[in-house]
Design a protein around this ligand. Structure first.
Ligand code: 2NL
Length: 342
């Protein structure tokens, strides 16, 4: 019997040491220590032993039971440890591997120009006025001293929405400035950026939809000197502090006197080249002193107040700024083009 117990101990310890997972360990426990297990089977025979043999064998049996129990617990711990180590190895993160950079988008070149221009005017105390793209012809034309019958109101140039020509897609952002003159307290310093629409054929420099930024200042004692100082500041901020600016007489129905503002060609410095088409100067914006009739039409007394206004096309500004040769590129949204301006 003693031999039997030793054999059990030997076999069981070997089997336990080789168990690779907890289910097989559990079945070993049942096979040796369970109610119908091998050790229990031997112990059931204890009754046949003599009084002298019984305590000796009993002690060995207890030792074997404890040894097996201990071995099972130890092996279970070992398996658990091994499983943990394997999981840690599998889940190891190499924090030194370079990450995959998230690709951030960036602003469209037009938005950049617009933001820059807004920044310049906000710095000079202007506020921003935005409004509808569908307008009344009254606000788009009549209130701006452009009466019915004026060539600018031609059906060939403007997208009218109603057959009676009273509602249209705005051709300039001035209507918002008219509203501001009507409703806001004076003095007034605003810019009105936004989309405008004209029936132009698409080519490298024209599009039926483009972006304009207009500005308006109305106060007591505003003169052409304020206009010149403000626009020279804008041009120098957009084109660099060494820019040379020129004011040239012009005509707009809504301003009197009116002018166009040129910047000396940054390529040839006035000599005439391909960039300025031999002119030496590049036209950047139109401006003038708000026509007294426009002021009066908005309920402002032109004897007491005066003002200046200007308008600039943002696409042309962006084209010159970023050396873009074709306006259509800005609307096609080909990311290979747009990525150049990140
Ligand atoms: C251009 C330049 C211009 C204005 C826009 C304006 C607005 C009001 C009153 C008076 Cl509310 N004028 N805007 C003035 C001068 C030029 O735009 O090349 N336009 C065709």
């Amino acid at each position: 019997m003693k031999q039997q117990l030793e054999q059990i101990r030997k076999d069981a310890l070997a089997a336990i040491g080789q168990a690779q997972d907890s289910p097989s360990l559990e079945s070993l426990r049942v096979a040796y220590l369970g109610k119908k297990g091998q050790l229990t089977a031997v112990l059931k025979q204890m009754g046949k032993l003599s009084a002298e043999e019984r305590p000796v064998i009993g002690q060995i049996a207890n030792e074997v039971r404890e040894a097996l129990g201990g071995a099972i617990t130890a092996q279970a711990k070992k398996l658990e440890q091994a499983a943990l180590e394997m999981r840690l190895r599998r889940e190891t993160v190499d924090v030194t591997i370079p990450g995959t950079p998230a690709s951030l988008g960036h602003r469209h070149p037009l938005s950049r120009i617009l933001d820059e221009a807004k920044e310049v005017f906000i710095g000079m105390g202007f506020s921003i006025a935005e409004g509808p793209e569908i307008e009344l012809a009254d606000y788009n034309f009549t209130r701006l001293n452009t009466e019915e019958g004026h060539p600018a109101r031609d059906w060939g140039d403007t997208f009218y929405i109603t057959p009676d020509s009273s509602v249209l897609l705005r051709t300039q952002t001035s209507p918002m400035q008219v509203r501001a003159m009507e409703t806001m307290p004076l003095p007034l310093r605003i810019i009105a950026p936004g989309r405008v629409y004209r029936k132009d054929e698409v080519d490298a420099t024209h599009s039926p939809m483009f972006h304009q930024l207009e500005g308006l200042v109305v106060d007591k004692g505003i003169t052409m000197a304020d206009l010149k100082g403000t626009l020279e500041t804008l041009v120098k901020r957009l084109y660099g502090p060494d820019s040379v600016v020129r004011f040239r007489p012009h005509h707009f129905p809504f301003t009197e006197p009116s002018c166009e503002v040129d910047v000396q060609c940054f390529e040839c410095h006035g000599e005439g080249c391909r960039v300025c088409k031999g002119e030496g100067w590049i036209e950047v914006l139109g401006a003038g002193m708000v026509h007294p009739r426009v002021l009066a039409g908005c309920g402002i007394d032109p004897e007491e107040y005066s003002g200046f206004a200007f308008g600039v096309g943002l696409e042309r500004l962006a084209m010159r700024r970023f050396s873009i040769s074709d306006l259509r590129l800005m609307f096609e949204n080909d990311v290979r083009f747009l990525r150049q301006f990140s």
